[in-house]
Design a protein around this ligand. Structure first.
Ligand SMILES: Cc1cc2nc3c(=O)[nH]c(=O)nc-3n(C[C@H](O)[C@H](O)[C@H](O)COP(=O)(O)OP(=O)(O)OC[C@H]3O[C@@H](n4cnc5c(N)ncnc54)[C@H](O)[C@@H]3O)c2cc1C
Ligand SMILES: NC(=O)c1ccc[n+]([C@@H]2O[C@H](COP(=O)([O-])OP(=O)(O)OC[C@H]3O[C@@H](n4cnc5c(N)ncnc54)[C@H](O)[C@@H]3O)[C@@H](O)[C@H]2O)c1
Length: 487
């Protein structure tokens, strides 16, 4: 037990204004904002942040993808007349060193010491509710005015016969690989699986993605996911959709064979490593939610639209409330809503602000609002606006012109959604998020001045498409003709 926990035990029960359970980005945001406003805060976390946590896994994941991008840039440099086009020499151990360095540089930002220096009482222990108002954390009891639960999620392993017999990798363990896998089979073709597939392929591994749905990124617009799928296949990733793994057969040398059920029958796929990227499950075990009358189901803790649980003193944010979107920005958005409600007693509700989604493959895929199919169900008439990166000067100059932007709008220019598959899509989606959040029309995006040459001009080009039919309007033509006769 740490010195501060020992001191707390001697004080008896801690009675702060706020107790945050979970040192996630969202938990830290709430704790630090509340402390900055003079609110007394206890933060309970079961890990030494900065060492092993989802935060660490996530930054390690991004650092790994960044290294793979460099390997690919080495190959592509030949197209610019640079280098010999030889395969880049990849030192997998040095790549792991780069990842460790990036993770280490993040550690001071998430260290408990940083939050203690802000006046937050940090307790390093797993929290467990013992009644409706009290949390036991190690030997300390905490009875605050309000709780916020931000305990996240952990990888879910699918129920496949004999999967326990192979040592499958997950988001939490893939970082421990010290050598390039010979053949990496990845179960699940959503963001995490695809980002890993492309990165390992770029490092020279054979990679097979096995997705049970009929297409990868099943929640996104199929026209746009096809762009990503084509790019992955072109790099040599084997993408299999609509397949079910019916069992796994271990081999004596540690390798294994996946028995697949496909439309054409049974098939066997031999691989050296298996990465499970089939989703997350809530990390609620041992939290004692029942003691606090906080109801939860298999899809997470039940909250109302203001993120309040079935116990009115307790809020929950992030992955642990389930839903369709598990992301750092969704969790941070929850944190901001809870801060509004708890600190300022202002109304705040889920669903009021559009939350974008992003997949960091190359090309990236980012979206906000409705895709075409859903928009057609909800609106009698819609218009589709498209612009391709091949018609963007910056993309051409940089030889990254794969993909396009697709926006869905109403006939009067209200933006229903936008999806971008292409370079920097995760950045380029932001004007569309802002426009949707502030109820701007697509003509507002068309009217902005964009610097040339930038990828961001793709937004202007697509938005201007909305105005083009007006050029055929007889009244507009007559007016322009009349004005031009005035001299
Ligand atoms: C490999 C990987 C890559 C990802 N990449 C991205 C990405 O590029 N973009 C993106 O937006 N999202 C990404 N995500 C998803 C994102 O990390 C999660 O959606 C987000 O972290 C969820 O935040 P959270 O607040 O729910 O909790 P988490 O970040 O999961 O943190 C929960 C914390 O609570 C602690 N805890 C758990 N139980 C207890 C307890 N009983 N008592 C005390 N403490 C407890 C845990 O130790 C942990 O520190 C990625 C996830 C993974 C795994
Ligand atoms: N770019 C990002 O925002 C990013 C990056 C990495 C991870 N994450 C988050 O991390 C979490 C974990 O990601 P994930 O990709 O593991 O989960 P996920 O839930 O996002 O996707 C799981 C995929 O696996 C498929 N699947 C499920 N069972 C299967 C089976 N038995 N065989 C084959 N396919 C199966 C699903 O159809 C789905 O496409 C997600 O919440 C994700 O949002 C986000």
């Amino acid at each position: 037990m740490t010195a501060s926990n020992e001191a707390a035990r001697k004080q008896g029960v801690l009675k702060p204004d706020l107790c945050v359970i979970g040192c996630s980005r969202a938990g830290l945001l709430i704790a630090s904002a509340a402390a900055a406003l003079g609110v007394s805060v206890v933060l309970v976390d079961n890990e030494h942040a900065g060492e092993t946590s989802v935060e660490t896994d996530r930054i390690a994941h991004q650092a790994f993808i960044a290294a793979a991008r460099q390997a690919d840039a080495g190959r592509r440099a030949r197209g610019f007349g640079i280098g010999s086009g030889d395969e880049p020499a990849v030192d997998f151990v040095a790549v792991a060193g780069h990842v460790r360095e990036v993770v280490k540089s993040l550690a001071p930002m998430t260290s408990h010491e940083r939050y203690r220096a802000m006046g937050i009482h940090v307790i390093e222990a797993r929290g467990r509710f013992i009644d409706r108002r009290t949390l036991a954390a190690g030997e300390v009891l905490v009875r605050p005015r309000r709780f916020v639960i931000a305990v996240g999620s952990k990888p879910a392993i699918p129920d496949i016969p004999e999967i326990d017999g192979v040592s499958c990798l997950t988001a939490a363990t893939i970082g421990s690989l010290q050598a390039k896998p010979e053949h990496l089979a990845i179960l699940g073709g959503n963001a995490f699986g695809l980002e890993m597939a492309q990165a390992y392929r770029r490092f020279g591994a054979q990679v097979s993605v096995l997705e049970s749905e009929s297409r990868i990124l099943p929640h996104e617009d199929p026209e746009m996911t096809a762009v990503v799928e084509r790019a992955l296949r072109a790099e040599g990733v084997s993408v299999r959709t609509g397949v079910a793994v019916s069992r796994i057969e271990g081999k004596p040398n540690g390798a294994f064979a996946l028995v697949l059920q496909t439309e054409s029958g049974e098939e066997v796929l031999a691989a050296s490593h298996l990465l499970v990227a089939t989703g997350r499950k809530m990390d609620l075990e041992g939290l004692g939610l029942g003691n606090a009358a906080v109801e939860a189901g298999p899809s997470g803790i039940w909250v109302d639209r203001g993120l309040r649980t079935t116990n009115r003193r307790i809020y929950a944010v992030g992955d642990c409330i389930g839903g369709s979107e598990f992301s750092i920005h969704a969790a941070s958005h929850h944190a901001e809503l809870v801060l509004r409600r708890v600190l300022f007693r202002l109304p705040a509700r889920l669903g009021a602000a559009p939350v974008p989604r992003a997949t960091f493959t190359d090309p990236e895929l980012a979206s906000v609002g409705f895709a075409e199919e859903e928009a057609r169900v909800r609106h009698r008439e819609i218009r589709i606006l498209r612009w391709a990166f091949v018609d963007n000067d910056r993309a051409l100059a940089e030889r990254c012109s794969t993909g396009h932007l697709k926006a869905v709008v109403t006939p009067n220019g209200q933006i229903l959604g936008c999806t971008i598959a292409g370079p920097r899509a995760g950045e380029l989606i932001m004007p569309w998020v802002l426009a949707m959040a502030r109820n701007l029309k697509v003509s507002d995006l068309a009217g902005l001045v964009y610097p040339y040459p930038t990828l961001s001009e793709i937004t202007k080009s697509a938005a201007v498409e909305f105005l083009k039919p007006s050029a055929q309007n007889p009244w507009v033509r007559r007016f322009v003709g009349f004005v031009s006769r005035l001299g």
